[in-house]
Design a protein around this ligand. Structure first.
Ligand code: BG6
Length: 478
């Protein structure tokens, strides 16, 4: 294979998540979820990390997920645009509370099931393969209020019911599944990532690792069910990835960077290898936070490992063991020092295509399982000029550099990458900031941060560029 080629059946496409684009939060009997009640504005971060408790709407705030970009009503138009770009795959997620409004019912909501069935059929019409994330940060509010969310073992059973319904109903329509989006996000934004809240006096880390254990077991059960219901199913885990560099060659800096990466790898170690790694067991024991495990858990984890590993990659990270230096760390989701060798996006996310290649290599070296890049992209402000054009050359250049880095990982390093879906292929609500102006799409959506706009869709310059990338299977990239 020449160095500029991609595998023949490479899955090119784009990615979205229900809570950031669907809207229709109360349509067809849908129930409320944690992701609905995260407001736009200065309190957003406190709600996302659970320091401010919000389990319902408050008139004082604007909630961007309520309407999203109204894909609920416009999915046909949007999928037609994805098809025009030549998508082979469309990554999307299920709104759990659309299928089980409260989460603990015995019977699924037929209207919710029908809604996704229509989406999958629409994809099929164009030969687009859906890649479905079962939960992309969402958890029904009722499960949080009634059971305390994922720290309660009962959640495993409710998630299992959801999976059973999904795998049975969509057999033949969906083949690729991801169990939890960015499962490691529970460490950084526990309420947004997993609906996790702790009660006063409760040991936070203990609750966190108990919830993590439940998610890991739930993920193994989902993998088991998916394979039993349809042997064609392929199930993946998903990590928010991005390698960490040490600030200097001081071994203490290296060790800190190493441990920082291992915090995220821990999840994949369990999901891909099938057991808790010793370093994690030791640390949990030291801290007194070893989760309660039931008989049978170990066997499930061991037997039902994932078929592929998916990841999001936006940037690398930089860390220092020197507490004076690490004070400079900026307040993004993943705290990182400023890397003087890299440029950054308007939101301070440092742009590092080689870091992408390194990350892919690290993951493949560690697990030797196929990788799927489920998210990558640049959040930027776009402007419509007087002729109605959006010349997003900065986005083209970001994606071009990253796709070439992935190409090197595949051709030069021999990493097995089976697909690539850019994040927010259509503009949608930002997960971290709740903004609309932090745009990732090839398709512009007329809506602003406060919710004003016609919701009309416009093709950006990158739309035509990506269409060509897919058509030529990446061969025109220099
Ligand atoms: C990932 C999430 O963390 O990054 C997405 O899976 C999110 O949901 C994406 O939108 C980009 O982050 P942001 O904060 O710019 O929307």
């Amino acid at each position: 294979m020449k160095n500029n080629k991609f595998p023949k059946d490479f899955l090119w496409g784009g990615a979205t998540a229900a809570n950031q684009c669907e809207g229709g939060y109360n349509e067809y009997g849908r129930g409320l979820a944690n992701v609905d009640v995260i407001p736009y504005g200065e309190d957003r971060f406190s709600v996302m990390n659970g320091t401010m408790r919000m389990l319902d709407f408050d008139d004082k705030y604007y909630y961007p997920a309520k309407e999203g970009i109204d894909m609920f009503h416009r999915f046909k138009e949007d999928i037609a645009l994805f098809a025009e770009m030549g998508f082979k795959v469309y990554r999307m997620s299920i709104g759990w509370s659309r299928i089980f409004p409260k989460g603990d019912e015995d019977k699924a909501n037929e209207e919710g099931l029908k809604f996704y069935e229509n989406i999958f059929k629409e994809c099929k019409k164009y030969g687009i393969e859906p890649l479905v994330t079962i939960t992309h940060f969402d958890c029904p509010i009722h499960l949080i209020k009634q059971y305390g969310g994922w720290k309660n073992r009962k959640l495993i059973g409710f998630y299992e019911n959801l999976c059973k319904v999904l795998f049975t109903r969509y057999k033949g329509l969906v083949k690729h599944w991801i169990t939890f989006n960015e499962i490691n996000m529970i460490l950084h934004l526990p309420f947004m990532g997993a609906g996790l809240l702790v009660d006063e006096g409760e040991n936070f880390e203990k609750a966190q690792y108990q919830a993590i254990h439940h998610e890991l077991v739930a993920s193994a059960i989902a993998t088991k069910l998916a394979h039993e219901i349809d042997p064609n199913n392929k199930v993946g885990c998903m990590i928010a990835a991005g390698t960490t560099y040490p600030n200097t060659c001081n071994p203490n800096d290296f060790w800190k960077a190493y441990k920082n990466d291992r915090e995220g790898y821990f999840f994949i170690d369990v999901q891909a290898r099938g057991y808790y790694p010793n370093y994690a067991l030791k640390e949990m024991e030291r801290k007194g936070i070893t989760p309660k495990m039931e008989e049978g858990d170990k066997g499930l984890l061991k037997k039902h490992t994932v078929d592929f590993i998916s990841l999001s990659y936006y940037n690398s990270q930089l860390t220092s063991a020197d507490s004076e230096i690490s004070k400079q760390t900026e307040g993004n989701v993943f705290p990182t020092l400023r890397n003087p060798y890299l440029e950054a996006s308007e939101w301070g996310w440092q742009i590092d295509p080689l870091g992408f290649r390194i990350t892919l290599n690290n993951l493949y070296d560690r697990y030797q399982k196929p990788l799927f890049v489920a998210e990558n992209g640049l959040g930027a402000q776009d402007v419509i000029d007087e002729n109605g054009n959006i010349n997003d050359d900065y986005r083209i250049s970001y994606l071009d550099e990253h796709i070439k880095a992935m190409r090197d990982a595949i051709n030069i390093d021999g990493v097995e990458v089976i697909g690539y879906t850019t994040w927010g292929c259509i503009d949608l609500v930002s997960a971290s900031t709740g903004e609309m102006k932090k745009r990732y799409g090839f398709i512009y959506v007329d809506k602003d941060n406060e919710g004003n706009g016609t919701l009309k869709r416009y093709k950006k310059k990158s739309f035509y560029w990506y269409k060509d990338v897919i058509k030529t299977n990446g061969e025109n990239l220099k």
